[in-house]
Design a protein around this ligand. Structure first.
Ligand code: ADP
Length: 470
C-alpha cells in the first residue's frame, strides 16, 4: 500500500484529509451535501485513473501498430523471396528494407560458399555515385573492414550517427546501422542501412533486427539451394564432358581398329582359300575359328562405331512422318519378314519431330528384335502411337518369347544379351542404341513383358507444335 496515495495527487490527498479532520469528521454536512474536500479528492482520483487508462491504450496501440508494420514488412519480404528470381531478389528485398527503415542507402549481402561477402544488391545510386577505384561486389573475408566487417565477425548490431570516414570517391555516410543476418549462430549475411535523415535510434535497431531474424531462415534456404544447384550443374558438366570423351574414345578406337582387323580377316580368308586341305585338319579348324572371330569382332566394332555416332553425328530434328518411316523399315526388312512369315500391322501414326534417320534406326531395331525373338509361331507385330500431354508414346508389341522382368534394365545396356549367339545371333547393342537415340530426343524407353507372352517396347518423343495424326 506504499503507493497510496499516488505521488501525483499526494498533496491533494493530504490536504483533503486535513480539511476533513477540521469538519468534525463528517463526510456529509448538515445540508446533506458531500463535503467539498471529499469531492475534490474523488475527482482527482477519477482523473488520474482516466489518464492512466489513456496512456495504457496509447502504449497498446503503438505496440499494435508496430507489429502490424512488422507483419507488412515480413509479408513483403517473404513474397519477394518466394516469387522473385535469384538475380533480382536481393535488390527487391533491399528496397523493402530501405522503405521500412526510411533510409536512403543500403546493402543486403550474403556469405557465399567461399566465406566471402557477396553484395549484388546495393542501392543503385551508391553504385553509380561511388567513385572509388576497384569497385567490387564480392568482399573476400580477409579484407572485411569498417562497421559492417565488425558486425559480421562479432555477430552483433552496430550503428553510428556520426559522419563516417570514407575513402575518397565514396558516397558520404552521415549515419549507418548494420545488422548481421544470423542463422544457427553463424553470420550468413548482412543488412545495412545508411543516411536516414534523423539518424538511427533504438526503435530502428529493433525493427532491423526483427527483419534480419525473419530473413535468416529464408536466406539460408536460398543460399543452400543455390549451392546445391551449383554443385548439380558442375556434376552435370563433368558428366557431359566424360560422356563426350568416352564417345570420342569409342569412336577413335573402333574407327582405328577397323583397318588392322580388315587386314587380319582378309589374310585369314586368303590362308583358308589357299591352304584348305593342304595342312592337317586341325590347321583348317584353327583358320576357320580365326576367320569367325575376326568377322565377329568386325561386327562388334561396327556396332560400337554406330553407337558412338548417335550423339555426335546426328542430324537436327525435322517433322518425320512415322508411317513413311515404317514403310522404309518394312522395305529394309523385306526378306526377314518374308522368311519369318511375320505380320506387321499399325494404327494411324503421327508426324513427330525427330532425326528421321535415327527414328528409322530405332524402330527398325525394335521390329527386327520382335521378329528375331519370335519363338515357334510366325510373329505378329503391332505398332501404335498415342499423344500423352506433351509427348508421343510409340509402342511396338510382339507375340514373341517375352522377357523376364528381372532383365528389363539389363537389356538396354551395351553388349548385354539374354541368349547365346548360337540361340539367337546378335551383339547386344541394338537396345542400347535405341535408348541412346530416344534420350537424344529427350524421351524415355522401357519394356513391358512376361516370359512366353510377348513383349511391348514403348518409347516417348516430346511432341512439338504442329504435330498431329494425319
Ligand atoms: P541383340 O538383339 O543383339 O541381342 P539387343 O540389345 O537388341 O541385342 O537386345 C538385348 C537382349 O534383349 C536380347 O539379346 C534379347 O535377349 C532381349 N530382347 C530384345 N528384344 C526382345 C524381344 N522383342 N523379345 C524378347 N527378347 C528381346
Amino acid at each position: 500500500m506504499a503507493n497510496i496515495p499516488p505521488e501525483e495527487i499526494a498533496e491533494l490527498h493530504e490536504d483533503a484529509i486535513q480539511r476533513l479532520g477540521t469538519k468534525e469528521a463528517n463526510l456529509i454536512d448538515t445540508a446533506n451535501r458531500i463535503s467539498q474536500p471529499l469531492i475534490e479528492l474523488l475527482v482527482a482520483y477519477t482523473t488520474m485513473g482516466f489518464r492512466e487508462h489513456l496512456k495504457k491504450r496509447e502504449r497498446e496501440e503503438a505496440i499494435l501498430q508496430r507489429s502490424e508494420r512488422e507483419l507488412t514488412i515480413r509479408n513483403k519480404i517473404a513474397k519477394v523471396f518466394l516469387t522473385v528470381p535469384d538475380d533480382e531478389m536481393y535488390g527487391e528485398v533491399l528496397t523493402v528494407v530501405l522503405e521500412a527503415m526510411k533510409s536512403k542507402h543500403g546493402l543486403f549481402g550474403y556469405i557465399d560458399e567461399n566465406g566471402d561477402l557477396t553484395a549484388h544488391s546495393m542501392t543503385r545510386d551508391v553504385w553509380d555515385q561511388c567513385r572509388i577505384p576497384d569497385k567490387k561486389i564480392v568482399y573476400p573475408r580477409q579484407e572485411w573492414g569498417g562497421i559492417w566487417g565488425r558486425a559480421l565477425t562479432e555477430k552483433k548490431t552496430l550503428f553510428s550517427n556520426k559522419p563516417f570516414k570514407v575513402p575518397e570517391g565514396h558516397l558520404p555516410i552521415s549515419c549507418a546501422l548494420v545488422v548481421p543476418v544470423i542463422h544457427h549462430g553463424e553470420s550468413i549475411g548482412t543488412l545495412e542501412v545508411a543516411n536516414k535523415a534523423t539518424g538511427y535510434d533504438d526503435r530502428d535497431i529493433q525493427l532491423l533486427e526483427t527483419i534480419a531474424d525473419r530473413i535468416a531462415p529464408i536466406l539460408n534456404a536460398r543460399i543452400e539451394r543455390g549451392e546445391h544447384e551449383k554443385a548439380r550443374k558442375q556434376t552435370e558438366e563433368i558428366l557431359k564432358q566424360t560422356v563426350a570423351d568416352l564417345e570420342h574414345f569409342a569412336y577413335v578406337v573402333s574407327h582405328d581398329l577397323q583397318e588392322p582387323l580388315r587386314m587380319i580377316r582378309s589374310y585369314m580368308q586368303l590362308l583358308s582359300q589357299r591352304y584348305k586341305g593342304k595342312l592337317d585338319s586341325d590347321a583348317d579348324d584353327f583358320i576357320g575359328f580365326a576367320v569367325n572371330g575376326a568377322s565377329r569382332m568386325q561386327t562388334l566394332i561396327q556396332d560400337l562405331l554406330t553407337y558412338s555416332r548417335i550423339g555426335t553425328r546426328g542430324n537436327p530434328c525435322e517433322p518425320s512422318d512415322c508411317e513413311d518411316v515404317l514403310k522404309e523399315i518394312l522395305a529394309n526388312l523385306k526378306l526377314t519378314i518374308e522368311d519369318s512369315g511375320a505380320e506387321v500391322t499399325h494404327d494411324p501414326l503421327p508426324t513427330i519431330m525427330a532425326d528421321a534417320l535415327q527414328l528409322i534406326q530405332l524402330m527398325q531395331n525394335l521390329i527386327d528384335n520382335a521378329i528375331k525373338f519370335r519363338g515357334e509361331k510366325p510373329p505378329h507385330i503391332h505398332i501404335s502411337a498415342q499423344q500423352k500431354e506433351n509427348e508421343w508414346e510409340v509402342s511396338v508389341a510382339d507375340s514373341g518369347i517375352g522377357i523376364d522382368p528381372q532383365s528389363f534394365d539389363r537389356i538396354f545396356k551395351v553388349f548385354q544379351r539374354l541368349h547365346t549367339k548360337n540361340e539367337y545371333p546378335g551383339t547386344g547393342i541394338g537396345l542400347a542404341l535405341c535408348k541412346k537415340i530416344v534420350e537424344r530426343h529427350g524421351g524415355r524407353i522401357w519394356v513391358k513383358s512376361e516370359p512366353g507372352r510377348g513383349s511391348t517396347f514403348l518409347f516417348t518423343i516430346p511432341a512439338a507444335e504442329g504435330d498431329g495424326l494425319r
